[in-house]
Design a protein around this ligand. Structure first.
Ligand SMILES: [Zn+2]
Length: 438
């Protein structure tokens, strides 16, 4: 059975329920060890720490001293591509992963044996928290390879004692057949790919009752409540949000428990802060800002105050599941994904919410930005949910709703059902055709 809100919580590791004072003590010890590791084993960061008055681990008096430390950015990773931020010899890595960076250069991260063990345990924790139990069949449609989503969930499922089907992405018709024939209870993918799988299931003529799906573990791209409702309805499962980034380890940094009110951050391994992206200062609890993480146990590539570019707010009051870890709520699109249209900030997630809540539209869309004249133009390409839909009426209503919710004039263009490209991983939602450099 899926872990419904009424089921007794199952906790993988008692560390998840540590009293906050005890957790702070562990965080302090681990932060000091991380600083010590950087000072002894790496050149990058030493000068910045010295400038902040930190020349040894004893200079950190409490976890709040984290605010004295310098930030690390994506640009730092790219500048030291590929192995410049390692605190161990390259030969001690058991594996590397990478995520897309900019200008075609990926961000490479390395893992020691200890890092892989920690990551596996974190995934077992998070997947247990989401409702995965020994013996469940886990259909993993995340890409295997440099992307951390495939192997991350794979390791966690095996550690729990679940049965993994390492399907990876693509061959969507075959995914539908395997889901039915093998009777998977858990689907792991990006939320957008889950919708593509749902479509393949329909096209194959299967009913939801032919499947045994109970639980969907989704991450790898920003998604909101409207998308959650769409995926749950189309696949008849409980959708759980997973958050992570390869710079930390991959998925396993934070995930929802059965109560699904924010994602518990694995705080004994990652110190989380929420800052105002404009001045770097910490914002009060429950206030939206940029998520910043410090690794507390990473051996190969420790990172201090890594600016993720992701937005969210921190909730620290106790959760009904009994875990003491703080939660990230309102997680939404990376700051980098934000579009500036005629001077107005526009998150693709705002458009998604309007489309999916309005009804009548299939949950596949693309936002096309262009600049035919002096002004930016935005057109949303989408498909009617049903062939019979009066698209003229629907178009007028959607354009009106978009204008109310975003303050921008955004055009709707209906395209043939099936013609918006389906993603096999992270969905490409925005096509920006504006001339670059302007
Ligand atoms: Zn909880």
């Amino acid at each position: 059975m899926p872990a419904s809100a009424s089921a007794e919580p199952v906790i993988w590791d008692q560390a998840e329920t540590l009293p906050r004072e005890q957790l702070a003590q562990i965080q302090l010890e681990r932060l000091r060890s991380t600083i010590d590791l950087i000072l002894r084993r790496r050149s990058f960061g030493v000068a910045q720490l010295a400038a902040a008055g930190i020349t040894g681990p004893e200079d950190i008096g409490s976890v709040d001293d984290i605010s004295l430390l310098p930030f690390t950015t994506k640009a730092d990773l790219l500048a030291h591509y590929p192995f410049g931020l390692l605190a161990v010899p390259r030969e001690q890595l058991l594996r590397v992963h990478a995520s897309s960076g900019t200008h075609g250069r990926p961000m490479v991260v390395g893992y020691t044996a200890g890092d892989l063990e920690t990551w596996t345990e974190l995934m077992a924790r998070c997947m247990t928290m989401a409702g995965v139990r020994p013996g469940m069949l886990v259909h993993n449609a995340n890409g295997y390879g440099l992307f951390t989503g495939g192997l991350g969930f794979h390791q966690g499922a095996e550690r729990i004692g679940a049965t993994v089907v390492p399907v990876a992405g693509g061959f969507t018709t075959r995914q539908a057949m395997l889901l039915r024939d093998l009777g998977a209870q858990v689907l792991v993918s990006t939320p957008s790919y889950a919708l593509a799988v749902a479509q393949a299931i329909r096209e194959a003529g299967y009913e939801l009752t032919d499947l045994r799906l109970e639980l969907g573990l989704f991450g790898g791209e920003p998604w909101g409540q409207a998308m959650r409702a769409a995926v749950e309805q189309e696949l008849g499962l409980t959708a759980v949000n997973f958050y992570g980034l390869s710079e930390m380890c991959g998925p396993g940094v934070a995930a929802e428990c059965q109560f699904r009110s924010g994602l518990h951050v694995q705080e004994d391994h990652f110190l989380v802060e929420v800052i105002d992206p404009s001045d770097g200062r910490r914002v009060p609890a429950r206030t939206e800002g940029e998520l910043v993480f410090t690794t507390l146990t990473k051996e190969a590539m420790p990172l201090l105050r890594y600016r993720t570019g992701d937005l969210g707010a921190l909730i620290s009051h106790p959760c009904s599941c009994g875990r003491s870890f703080a939660r990230v709520a309102g997680l939404r699109g990376r700051r980098d994904d934000m579009l500036i249209i005629r001077g107005v900030n526009l998150h693709p997630s705002q458009i998604e919410q309007v489309l999916l809540r309005a009804g009548g539209v299939a949950p596949h869309y693309r936002i096309v930005v262009s600049r035919p004249g002096p002004l930016d133009e935005v057109t949303v390409q989408c498909e009617p949910a049903e062939v019979r839909t009066d698209t003229q009426q629907l178009r007028i209503r959607l354009e009106q709703l978009l204008r109310e919710h975003t303050g921008l004039r955004i055009g709707i263009e209906f395209v043939q059902p099936g013609s918006v490209p389906r993603s096999e991983g992270k969905a490409v939602r925005v096509i920006d055709n504006r001339p670059s450099g302007l």
